[in-house]
Write a protein that binds this ligand. Structure first.
Ligand code: NOJ
Length: 587
């Protein structure tokens, strides 16, 4: 797996800049209120919770600091649960909070069954889960099965001698000769994926940082130990796991070289293929066994795979032949092209609806590994309108929706300006071509006060983004036209409206190059919902024929929009101002 960071593309931006539309504004007309909701059909009540969930990714270091040390913590998250409940979040995914030397900010774990003191205590964790439960919010943990920290006692033992019983828990090999690694495999963090250990005179494999040795999943003891970790957290009441780097568990048993491809990557290494180290078929055996463990617990615990596969056929395999592996692979995040292209979005949404063999899609635009969508999709002129469009797609399609802290505010990517400021190991090894992921991990912006209300410390672990005085929860809560209010309104309507919650997703006007339109067709007797999104900076008028879908209505009652469209409009003449979202109930 290669985590390609796609930085904002100027070319994509240019296209929209050329169109005439007033400047880059965060505010737009206030969203009209969601309409009354009809009762949910009883047949749908059996759906597992995660099918309709809004999952909010919390990056604990950056969410809320409760003890003034400049780093976020568990009590800080607990203090903000009311906020998460208010916006309609059903689950939070916590990136790793286990003890860790923090080389890769928690993705290098030195103890899987404890909490890093920087974040708090196990008691505080239990309290967080209990307080979240009171608010109907579930807690999802990050499970890093591919590798541990080099400080984990398992690795310490493994490296202590070739005869140690844990030697075979990691991937050790002889080199090809003095100073020559076993093969050409590369780390995702740059350079060889092998590090020489002078004491035992062998090399160990690490798909990621030198400090993140890969576990050997061919060893049944590894699986046994990791599944005990899984039970430990399930027993504490967590709702499931996000499976970090899960496609990397196995390597080619013959340790053959990867294919060398033309050109060099951002670290200056030759480009190579990934056939020997990514997505090997054995992972499915592990995933099925893991699902058996989680399915042994009540409450529909969920597995969300960090899979990132090249096409829908591969993605389909991740769900398992009998829906018995991941419930929610995360691929559709990268499936979306990083620019506002109607056809590309239409194709992805349609694929998710028609080609997943009844499995549930998961849509996500932002996370802690990618520049924020505000910058990836934004053109520098219409970023606020574009952010509204993305949010509408996230919450009105038939997918589980995953969002990242601060996305609801329009937080921007704040890339470090000098190498000395960089915290992320990606940025340290890739500078200046690859500046790392600090930009998308800056502190949550709560208020216009000191450190944006994130911390009382004099210095926060990453600097607060310069726009925090206007882009923050407090200011945006008071502004009915803010992005934050738009998110709240969309999430509310998605939870309340049966067609948006359960309805089929039918693409409409499929050759329209400007407006993305789809119908959420109610499975029961209630009204269906029409979504029409003008992707361009020019006005467009659209018209719909819904008779072939069994819908006799000729009018749409406006439920939510970010412009000033009338409360009721004829289906055959809907005028959409530039970059506008329209959501209405067909009558
Ligand atoms: C994926 C995580 O999202 C990323 O932050 C981390 O660096 C790698 N896996 C390695 O664990």
């Amino acid at each position: 797996m290669k985590y390609t960071v796609v930085r904002p593309l100027l070319a994509g931006a240019m296209l929209l800049c050329m169109a005439s539309f007033s400047g880059c504004k965060r505010s737009r007309p206030a969203p009209s209120k969601p309409g009354n909701s009809t009762a949910v059909t009883s047949a749908s009540h059996s759906d597992p919770w995660w099918k309709h969930a809004i999952i909010y990714e919390v990056y604990p270091r950056s969410f809320q600091d409760s003890n003034g040390d400049g780093v976020g913590d568990l009590n800080g998250i607990a203090d903000r649960l009311d906020y998460l409940q208010k916006i309609g979040v059903n689950a939070i995914w916590l990136t790793p909070i286990y003890p860790s030397p923090q080389h890769d900010f928690g993705y290098d774990i030195s103890n899987y069954e404890a909490i890093d003191p920087m974040y708090g205590t196990m008691q505080q964790f239990d309290r967080l889960v209990a307080e979240a439960k009171k608010r109907n919010i579930r807690v999802i943990m990050d499970l890093v099965m591919n590798h541990t920290s080099d400080r984990h006692p398992w690795f310490q033992e493994s490296r202590s001698s070739r005869h140690n019983p844990k030697r075979n828990w990691y991937v050790w090999r002889d080199g090809k000769g003095p100073g020559i690694p076993p093969n050409n495999w590369q780390s995702d963090f740059g350079h060889s994926a092998w590090t020489y250990d002078a004491k035992t005179k062998q090399w160990y494999y690490h798909k990621f940082e030198v400090q993140q040795p890969d576990l050997n999943w061919n060893n049944p003891d590894v699986q046994k130990a990791m599944f005990n970790v899984v039970r430990f957290w399930l027993d504490r009441g967590v709702a499931g796991f996000r499976l970090d780097a899960v496609t990397c568990l196995f390597e080619d048993p013959q340790f053959r070289d990867e294919k060398v491809l033309p050109g060099k990557n951002e670290y200056g290494d030759p480009n190579i293929g990934e056939e020997m180290t990514n997505n090997l078929p054995q992972i499915h055996v592990v995933l099925r066994a893991l699902r058996k463990v989680t399915d042994g617990y009540p409450g529909n615990r969920v597995l969300i795979g960090e899979t990132y596969l090249p096409n829908i056929q591969e993605l389909l395999k991740m769900y398992g032949k009998n829906h018995d592996e991941n419930q929610l692979p995360m691929d559709l995040q990268v499936g979306f092209i990083d620019k506002l292209n109607v056809n590309a979005f239409r194709q992805k949404i349609n694929e998710a609806e028609t080609e997943l063999d009844g499995n549930q899609p998961l849509f996500v635009f932002d996370n802690h590994d990618r520049p924020r969508s505000w910058d990836r999709y934004g053109d520098g002129l219409h970023n606020a309108a574009i952010a509204r469009i993305l949010a509408a797609i996230l919450f009105t399609t038939r997918s589980t929706a995953m969002m990242y802290y601060g996305e609801e505010l329009g937080m921007v990517t704040t890339t470090p300006k000098t190498k000395a400021e960089v915290q992320d190991p990606w940025g340290k090894s890739g500078w200046p071509k690859e500046k790392g992921r600090d930009g998308e991990r800056t502190p949550m912006q709560w208020t216009p006060g000191k450190n944006a209300g994130f911390s009382t410390a004099n210095k926060t672990w990453l600097p607060v983004a310069p726009d925090y005085k206007t882009v923050n929860v407090e200011v945006e809560s008071r502004d009915p036209r803010s992005l934050y209010q738009w998110y709240k309104a969309l999430i509310a309507i998605r939870h309340e409206n049966p067609a948006l919650r359960y309805g089929d997703n039918i693409m409409l006007n499929t050759s329209d190059p400007n407006v993305l339109s789809y119908l959420r067709k109610n499975r029961g007797s209630g009204p269906s919902v029409l979504v029409a999104i003008n992707f361009t900076a020019q006005p467009h008028t659209v018209s719909f024929q819904l008779k072939s879908f069994g819908i006799a209505g000729t009018k749409v009652k406006t439920l939510l929009q970010d412009s000033s469209i009338a409360a009721s409009v004829p289906l055959d003449h809907l005028e959409l101002p530039p970059l506008t979202v329209y959501i209405g109930e067909v009558q």
